[in-house]
Design a protein around this ligand. Structure first.
Ligand SMILES: *Cc1c(COP(=O)(O)O)cnc(C)c1O
Length: 484
């Protein structure tokens, strides 16, 4: 018999080492309860180190602003502060968290739509405001008048070939924004242009860089002196450890949606595929889980991409010639593999159609970004004992009393059937999985966040809020041996 379809997860060696330590996860759950989110600040530091290596090789001046909204963890925020990077805060609460974690105004950038109250709070603090729209720009100038000069970036959007964005100033209005900046130069300290694309397409980013460079010229013409090009975030994560098996799983899933082979979808789910007489088409909601290009690869490709409008010189060369500092706002790329979520199996049952349901003590929105299906296999602890264990295809069900609270709507094959009390480990949950849709409708308390530190050959666990990075040795990831 061939192996059942599988979605093997990539694990960071440090996380893997923790899970392979007999009893380690069980002890954490025993002490802090289940479910729990576990964060690995050393993995964050490792991700940062890898991004810096790419940047150091190509740029003289750059700034990394960690997009805090990817995870509320203070341990990760403290790790970024300790490592000397900047932060991108997108709400008054994130700003307060950043200040509390030690970031000073010169290392804080505020992005996103802001509103009157937040703008009033920001003006005069010295943080850089990444401006979303013309109303905001006018308001900042009005609020600053007579008091202070406010550092601003202009976020632009609407690049050729890119999907329309609800954020930023359309390119067609950039001239009007520059006019305001020139007129209000006593109150607005213009730092440069910014964009943020949620796409993995190199061409879209290159086009955005090119448009921004053209805007830099327009700014010079108005006697403004931009010094920053902020290329945003959107650098991808790698979830899968085996792209071929991932593709094999999706192929089997598509067949099953056509009614061939073993059923693999719960309750008529089609995962964004379109089904008609001729087959299964379209892009599934879970496409990001197929990605195999790491953030460092995306970044290296962008920096070395040739620019048509600049005689084929690369992005890195042209920004250097223009004396521009490159700012980045990575969120998920910094927290990639820096978090897992552990839950406990309550019971296993069969549904009327024969499906095996593994009930765990958390709900779908604790480990799944809104509207997506997470396509990496969770790990069940303890692992198979050996003889007598048979692979079994299951659906994981959540604890909410709602039909839709299925943690996986796709079938997951496990090496053995779980038992009550086993632990289920959901991989790579730090970026947006943990917080973005975590609902409290059921009145279950939010799972605690814990920080796990590898030290002296063992693992130490404390509450996220209590974690303190201590030395540079925090960055050392033992046994990594290159990339993951
Ligand atoms: C969310 C966000 C980011 C971070 O995005 P990632 O995809 O997590 O890297 C960066 N910049 C802005 C403006 C954002 O809104």
């Amino acid at each position: 018999m061939s192996a059942p379809p599988a979605l093997p997860a990539m694990w960071h060696p440090l996380v893997r080492g923790f899970l392979d330590t007999p009893g380690a996860a069980q002890r954490v759950v025993h002490r802090y309860g289940s479910p729990a989110h576990l964060l690995f600040p050393q993995v964050f530091a490792d991700n940062l180190h890898r991004l810096r290596q790419v940047l150091d090789g190509q740029l003289r001046r750059y700034r990394i602003c960690y997009a805090h909204k990817a995870n509320r963890s203070r341990a990760l925020l403290r790790t970024g502060e300790h490592a000397g990077i900047a932060v991108d805060a997108a709400s008054p609460q994130e700003l307060a968290a950043a200040v509390g974690a030690g970031f000073t105004a010169d290392r804080i950038e505020v992005t996103g739509p802001k509103g009157e109250a937040f703008l009033r709070q920001l003006v005069g603090t010295g943080v850089t405001i990444n401006v979303d729209n013309l109303w905001e720009l006018h308001r900042i100038a009005d609020l600053a008048r007579g008091h202070t000069r406010v550092p601003v970036l202009l976020r632009v959007s609407g690049f050729p070939a890119a999907a329309v964005s609800r954020f930023g100033i359309p390119l067609a209005e950039a001239g009007a924004a520059l006019a305001v900046l020139a007129e209000q130069r006593d109150w607005l300290a213009f730092r440069g242009f910014a964009f943020h694309l949620d796409s993995g397409e190199l061409g879209e980013r290159v086009a955005a860089v090119q448009e921004c460079l053209a805007l830099v010229e327009q700014a010079y013409a108005r006697d403004l002196s931009p010094s920053v090009l902020d290329i945003g975030g959107g650098f991808r994560q790698v979830f899968t450890a085996d792209a071929a098996r991932f593709d094999g799983y999706v192929a089997a899933l598509r067949e099953s949606l056509r009614g061939r082979g073993e059923p693999m979808a719960w309750g008529g789910n089609t995962f964004g595929f379109h089904l008609d007489d001729t087959g299964v088409r379209g892009t599934p909601v879970f496409h990001k889980y197929a990605n195999t290009v790491p953030a460092t690869g995306m970044l290296a490709d962008l920096l070395s991409a040739p620019l048509d409008a600049h005689g084929g010189r690369t992005v890195a060369q042209v920004v250097a010639e223009n004396l521009l500092d490159v700012w980045l706002e990575p969120g998920k790329a910094l927290v990639d593999h820096a978090g897992i979520t552990v839950a406990r199996v309550e019971f296993v049952k069969r549904a009327a159609d024969g499906s095996v349901l593994v009930h765990v003590d958390l709900s779908r929105d604790t480990v799944t970004p809104a509207d997506q299906e997470v396509m990496v296999d969770p790990l069940v602890l303890p692992g198979p004992a050996g003889s007598g264990d048979e692979p079994v295809g299951v659906f994981f069900a959540g604890r909410l009393c709602l039909e839709r609270d299925l943690i996986t709507n796709h079938k997951v094959w496990l090496p053995r059937c779980p038992r009550s009390g086993d632990l289920v480990v959901f991989p790579n949950t730090a970026a947006y999985h943990m917080d973005l849709s975590a609902a409290s409708a059921s009145m279950h308390p939010l799972p605690p966040k814990l920080a796990v530190l590898h030290r002296d050959g063992g693992y130490r666990v404390c509450r996220d809020l209590e974690y303190e990075p201590v030395t540079d040795a925090d960055r050392a990831v033992p046994g990594t041996g290159g990339r993951l």
